[in-house]
Design a protein around this ligand. Structure first.
Ligand code: PCA
Length: 210
């Protein structure tokens, strides 16, 4: 059986919710043919301490031994579901993380490569999402905050053979929910529409590998 770990993030930046958290739970609760899904919710805390998102990701991978890891996060500026292609070795924050830390111009992994490409089939995933009528795009930057950090740490871990069970990983950004947009403005998407799109994209993971 194929094992897939789905991660979401806890709320951050003053919002009481994070759609990626609801989505990770909802996706993992569904029944998937030929695959076992697990999920974990990551703290919005950077760095390599025990409380960080990277440490929580490593613990979840150790525990669940997934073959594929798909991390989800919220991008409040996005009007589309964004299939991220690239993670860069840079943390540069517009706001503080949930530990109150705001970094500038910092490497995520000192002397690590500048960037990694997602190893998810991002184009097929985007196409599947669009095929359901849900707006979706390929994106060439996961930003410089913790979504990018988790994606970089995941792909670095796979590249250096630290995450032995994992062959494939990447990141999907989702828009904020209408109730969040009504507070702070910007584009949004209904959770049930995000779920339809992300579910369709996950089905592409099962057919070639499962
Ligand atoms: N989005 C942030 C971090 C947590 C989340 O859901 C980001 O885009 O980096």
């Amino acid at each position: 059986m194929l094992k897939i770990l789905v991660t979401g993030f806890e709320p951050f930046g003053g919002s009481p919710v994070n759609p990626s958290e609801m989505l990770a739970r909802a996706i993992a609760e569904e029944c998937w043919p030929g695959a076992i899904l697990s999920h974990t919710i990551l703290p919005v805390i950077g760095g390599d301490g025990a409380q960080s998102c990277s440490a929580a990701l490593r613990r979840a991978i150790d525990f669940n031994k997934p073959n594929i890891v798909v991390c989800l996060g919220e991008n409040a500026k996005a009007s589309h579901i964004l299939f991220e292609r690239v993670a860069i070795n840079l943390r540069d924050d517009r706001i503080a993380d949930n530990a109150g830390v705001q970094c500038q111009d910092q490497a995520i992994i000192v002397d690590g490569p500048n960037a990694y490409f997602s190893s998810l089939p991002v184009r097929a995933m985007r196409d599947a999402c669009e095929g359901e009528g849900i707006p979706a795009l390929l994106s060439t930057s996961a930003g410089t905050f913790l979504c990018n950090e988790v994606m970089y740490v995941l792909l670095h871990g796979i590249a250096v053979g630290e995450l032995t069970s994992v062959t494939t990983g990447g990141f999907i950004h989702v828009p904020q929910l209408p109730e969040q947009a009504s507070q702070r403005g910007g584009p949004s998407m209904q959770l049930r529409h995000i779920l339809v799109g992300v579910r369709a994209s996950f089905l592409t993971l099962l057919s070639p590998l499962g």
